[in-house]
Design a protein around this ligand. Structure first.
Ligand SMILES: *Cc1c(COP(=O)(O)O)cnc(C)c1O
Length: 389
């Protein structure tokens, strides 16, 4: 008999009832150090007092109004994002994949309004993840996600990840947009080089192609910059954001330049819940915490500390781990044993990590993880590795 929850997940035998900072607690009191953070969602850890206050204050006042009316928290969040990024405008969604849908619609409408309605080809990269909606799976293109779900949304071409020569060869005046994650998340924690992002921007400028960055996982301070692309000095035309921006409340957004967004006029897109008062009250509190130089400097300091410990861990456990990859607090360990064995052994040690492609485990702690919890993470990873040999 089918379970009452559609069985699309094979879940770990863990049930958490409470969260405190970087820790999750089971009903029997067992504590787990959370290095998954809901897959880079709980950017400020669990039960952050400012986020709890923002949510409960808004809940007392007003939960939801339609986007038929003005929503002050949404306006405030949009203003903050526009001030801190390349973007001129924001549209709020409930998830990353909805941001992908809009990025694709915005691209198509842009070329339609420019009198090139057939300019619909979007170049994407193998190993990417853009969500589970029709546009998301077509954009990522992997057989794992698309098999059985055809016919897929048309118009996507796939290239090897990070291959600038292939990109130069494939791009043309028929290309509508290029979409890429600055740091592959699900694909195994692979940062794109500065040179690739700069080359990508050049290719886009040559043909007028829209550059779409998917910063759903690597954005919102995760890499030690507010958004990951900032290290390259170039900016996109459209950017997808979600995960960390809601700190655990469902929230995403598409950020865009005025030019890229020019086709999206009244009535061309919408969302019932997207950018509702509860979500945006929390989103504002998250931005107020994360989008400061002092906070991001701390992320970088913590990242340096964690990385050093991870390099030591790899050196001391060469039978289990091969290398450390990543940037900021978007880190991963390439495993020599099956990554799922490491994740499962972590559960035994009281540690939560997340698997990714290329036999990686992902370490995506809360961005404000206390130093002593970084030390605890290294100790629990050592314990995990030792339990495997
Ligand atoms: C998680 C993720 C998505 C999809 O976000 P959802 O909120 O699950 O729809 C899209 N792109 C990237 C890079 C992601 O990590």
């Amino acid at each position: 008999m089918i379970p009452s929850i559609l069985p699309t997940y094979s879940r770990a035998p863990l049930t958490f009832v409470k969260g405190e900072g970087s820790w999750l607690i089971e009903a029997d009191g067992r504590r787990f150090l959370d290095l998954g953070a809901g897959i880079a969602v709980n950017a400020l850890g669990h039960a952050h007092p400012k986020l709890v206050a923002a949510l409960t204050d808004q809940a007392q006042a007003l939960w939801h109004t339609s986007n038929l009316y003005h929503i002050p928290a949404q306006q405030k969040l949009a203003d903050m994002l526009v001030e801190k990024t390349f973007a001129d405008t924001a549209f709020f969604t409930n998830s990353g994949t909805e941001a992908c849908e809009l990025a694709v619609k915005m691209t198509r409408k842009y070329w339609y309004e420019k009198g090139q309605p057939d300019r619909t080809e979007i170049i994407a990269f193998n190993g990417s993840f853009h969500g589970r909606s029709a546009a998301g799976i077509a954009a990522a293109g992997s057989e794992k996600m698309t098999k059985g779900f055809g016919p897929l949304l048309a118009g996507f071409t796939h290239l090897p990840f990070g291959d600038l020569d292939a990109l130069k060869a494939a791009a043309s005046a028929q290309t509508a947009a290029i979409i890429v994650e600055p740091v592959l998340g699900e694909g195994g924690i692979v940062p794109l080089s500065e040179a690739f992002l700069q080359g990508l921007r050049e290719v886009c400028d040559t043909y007028g192609i829209l550059m779409i960055l998917d910063e759903v996982q690597c954005g919102m301070g995760r890499t030690g910059r507010l958004f990951a692309h900032e290290y390259s000095g170039v900016t996109p035309d459209i950017m997808m954001v979600a995960k960390g921006i809601g700190g655990g409340f469902p929230l995403g957004c598409v950020l865009a330049t005025e030019q890229a967004a020019s086709g999206m006029t009244a009535g061309s897109h919408g969302s019932t819940y997207g950018g509702n008062p509860l979500a945006c009250a929390v989103g504002c509190a998250v931005m107020e915490e994360i989008a400061t130089d002092a906070f991001l400097a701390e992320v970088n300091r913590k990242a340096g500390m964690f990385r050093q410990k991870l390099e030591g861990l790899v050196a001391s456990n060469p039978d289990v781990f091969e290398e450390v990859r990543g940037v900021g607090l978007m880190l991963g360990l390439k495993c020599k044993v099956p990554n799922t064995d490491v994740v499962n052994a972590g559960y035994g040690a009281g540690l939560l990590t997340v698997p990714a492609a290329d036999n990686m485990i992902r370490l995506l702690p809360a961005l404000n993880i206390p130093d002593e919890d970084i030390t605890a993470a290294a100790d629990l990873l050592t314990k995990t590795a030792e339990s495997l040999v």
